[in-house]
Design a protein around this ligand. Structure first.
Ligand code: FES
Ligand code: FES
Length: 432
């Protein structure tokens, strides 16, 4: 290409930094400096000729950040991840195309409303496994492939009564033709009561694509899995994945009795002699000897726990000496938390929408944000499912959820807006 320009491609990446309490926040707080470095390195590695990637001050489109503009094309992008940068390099800079999904429109001021993807699936079968737990198999209505998932993933079911409830996928992640869920009917669970009472084979269900808040750690030297009751579901999917690898793993599975051990045959098939069974008759003292099992973690061993709140609490307490980041768990219901929280009113800044709002004592951040007209996803609204996870760009939160790790809570860079609030006297700057 012949050009009179000094650089054929000149990229300006905003790395402007504002004070942490600034209501607009900035591209740096949203990770732009690391991504600029990544872009520079990748451009070099790809040997892209005559390109310059420069740091820029505020490009005055902060609500859409992180932002970059590419000249001489004059194309603006919003980017958030290394994948976004890779796509901009491959398609725009090398391929001469446009990456429409990341492009900012001329005159655009605020982010576009999110499009929530929903799948319509057919219930292929409903099979009672115990008095309280049933197995639901969902398939594509036309027999097509379903979106892939990794072990530990869940889908959200949208009930016809207006609820959204998360259920773990229990089948082999290599299967693309079905999702298998195990659903426990809980007396106070509107979602599970609807699933048990109103859903039957042949019905259509609205379901979110799979998401994973409970993934296996790829480079672990050993995996220990602890399941109670229907908590076996995501761990069964993990068993499918683990048996294809060569990492050591063991499942400890506790149920009231052999008859009430859900997915018993699948567990036997998948785990073989790597499962240790416990039938406690409802007496936790006769269940898994957590002290012995969790006493001495091996180097780079990871622990995954899923089951009733009591088992989860006991397992986490017994693993409190495990290295940070090595204990992973998934909750179905909030644990019987004895902590008394005192609500106070505080301010939030919706940094992408130029709004400063007050959260009164009797409302959650989620409610206030919705009242302001933002479409924000939620499911449990109890701080256990991770759906309402929101970037925290400034201010100090009082984390009341049970889903963030201790490290994430200490980092103060995300918040569960259904339950958590600001620490006394703090204003929270949200990535909304
Ligand atoms: S801080 Fe990046 S556009 Fe303003
Ligand atoms: S909606 Fe589940 S953690 Fe907030």
């Amino acid at each position: 290409m012949s050009t009179d320009l000094h650089y054929e491609t000149h990229v300006f990446v905003c790395v402007n930094e504002r004070a942490p309490d600034h209501p607009r926040s900035c591209c740096s707080a949203r990770g732009s400096a690391d991504l600029r470095d990544y872009m520079k390195d990748r451009a070099k590695e790809l040997k892209i000729p005559n390109i310059r990637v420069n740091s820029a001050g505020c490009l005055e489109r902060c609500e859409l950040g992180p932002t970059m503009v590419i000249y001489p094309d004059g194309v603006w992008y919003h980017f958030q991840s290394r994948n976004d940068i890779d796509e901009i390099l491959a398609r725009h800079i090398i391929g001469g195309e446009r990456v429409e999904r990341l492009m900012l429109e001329p005159g655009q001021i605020f982010p576009k409303p999110k499009v929530h993807e929903v799948l319509t699936l057919t219930v292929n079968s409903v099979t009672p496994l115990t008095d309280l737990i049933s197995r639901f198999e969902l398939v594509d209505p036309d027999g097509g492939e379903l979106p892939s998932f990794d072990a530990g993933a869940h889908v959200d079911v949208f009930t016809k009564t207006g609820l959204r409830r998360s259920y773990s996928l229990a089948n082999d992640p290599a299967e693309r033709d079905r999702y298998v869920l195990g659903v426990l009917r809980e007396d106070n669970g509107g979602g599970s009561r609807w699933m048990h009472g109103d859903v039957s084979a042949g019905m259509e269900l609205s379901v979110s694509p799979p998401r994973n808040n409970f993934p296996l750690v790829g480079n672990a030297a050993k995996h220990t899995l602890i399941a109670g009751g229907v908590g076996i579901a995501p761990l069964l999917a993990m068993g499918h994945a683990l048996r294809r690898g060569d990492t050591e793993y063991t499942l400890h599975y506790c149920a009231k009795s052999a008859e009430e051990a859900v997915f018993k045959e699948d567990v036997t098939d998948v785990f073989g002699d790597r499962v240790v069974w416990y039938f406690d008759g409802g007496d936790p003292a006769k269940g898994i000897d957590l002290e012995a099992v969790l006493k001495s973690p091996a180097k780079n061993e990871h622990l995954y726990i899923c089951g009733p709140a009591g088992l989860l609490k006991a397992a986490r307490e017994n693993a409190s000496h495990w290295p940070a980041g090595s204990v992973h768990f998934e909750l179905f219901a909030p644990s019987a938390n004895t902590q008394e929280w005192q609500n106070e009113a505080f301010k939030i800044s919706l940094s992408r929408h130029k709004k400063i709002l007050t959260v009164p004592v009797d409302k959650s951040i989620l409610e206030v944000v919705r009242e302001a007209g933002l479409d924000v996803e939620s499911s449990c609204e109890n701080g256990i499912c991770n759906t309402c996870r929101t970037g925290l760009l400034g201010g100090t939160a009082e984390h009341r959820d049970e889903v963030l790790s201790d490290q994430e809570k200490a980092d103060q860079s995300v918040i569960m807006i259904c339950t958590s609030r600001a620490k006394k006297g703090e204003t929270l700057i949200l990535d909304l």
